[in-house]
Design a protein around this ligand. Structure first.
Ligand code: PGA
Length: 242
């Protein structure tokens, strides 16, 4: 299985800035063999159209993801975006990111509902789980995993990607120890009981990415801050391919 690198742009970028960023990434990746790696960009909703247009025009192998979605296909939910609308542009959707759990009170039951609905629209959910405090046991993480997959058929499980993102490591520059992340990812894979991809996320940069992807069970990375600098993101991808 090739490695997966996801760029989570979070709440950053006007259309013009998004255009510049994706163009920078494309030109930095001219010589890349896409068979070895899957790249997924997750711009904010307002930039999905422009980024998708640019990727299509360039016939790039890069895939598109959204950062969230509602669980209903349509309706009177001011300010929300449905999985059906996301599926218009994207193949992937990040669900249960700790910033959604923390600032928008998303709980495990809601994340589970969103996952089921995203799958109905043929979106592949990238489900984020992780402990809040350094040193917390893996019990909480595994309970997030079990709640996320509750009621899912075995068949649909293989369409999920998990991202192990220790919350204390997100945006702090204090990344997890790669062998520790590998151990937790092993437990996540065992809890799902299917051969699924699990990524690591939290302060990934071009200087530490190699340590993570060298681990036997880490299938790639979910990159936040370092994904909105074209040169740095390209560097991360090239390190993964070495
Ligand atoms: P970071 O964010 O790379 O900036 O730590 C990762 C994430 O939140 O997905």
């Amino acid at each position: 299985m090739g490695k997966i690198i996801v760029g989570n742009w979070k709440m950053n970028g006007t259309r013009e800035e998004a255009k510049e960023l994706v163009s920078g990434i494309i030109s930095g990746l001219q010589d890349v063999e896409y068979g070895q790696i899957k790249i997924i960009l997750c711009p904010p909703f307002t930039a999905l159209a422009i980024v998708s247009e640019i990727l299509n025009k360039q016939r790039m192998e890069i895939k598109l993801g959204a950062q969230n979605c509602h669980f209903l296909p349509c309706g009177a939910y001011t300010g929300e975006i449905s999985p059906k609308m996301v599926a218009d542009f994207c193949q992937y959707v990040i669900l249960g990111h700790s910033e959604r759990r923390r600032y928008f009170n998303e709980d495990d039951a809601l994340v589970n509902r969103k996952i089921k609905s995203a799958l109905e629209y043929n979106l592949r959910p990238i489900v984020c789980v992780g402990e809040w405090k350094k040193g917390d046991s893996s019990q909480g993480i595994l309970s997030q995993v079990k709640e996320a997959i509750k009621g899912l058929k075995r068949d649909s499980l293989r369409n999920l990607i998990f991202a192990y993102e220790p919350v204390w490591a997100i945006g702090t520059g204090d990344e997890a120890d790669p062998s520790y992340a590998n151990k937790i990812i092993k437990e996540i894979k065992e809890a799902v009981g299917q051969n699924i991809s699990v990524l690591y996320g939290g302060s990934v940069t071009s200087s530490n990415i190699s340590g993570f992807v060298k681990q036997p069970l880490i299938d790639g990375a979910l990159v936040g801050g370092a994904s909105i600098k074209a040169k740095e993101f390209v560097k991360i991808i090239k390190r993964v391919m070495k």
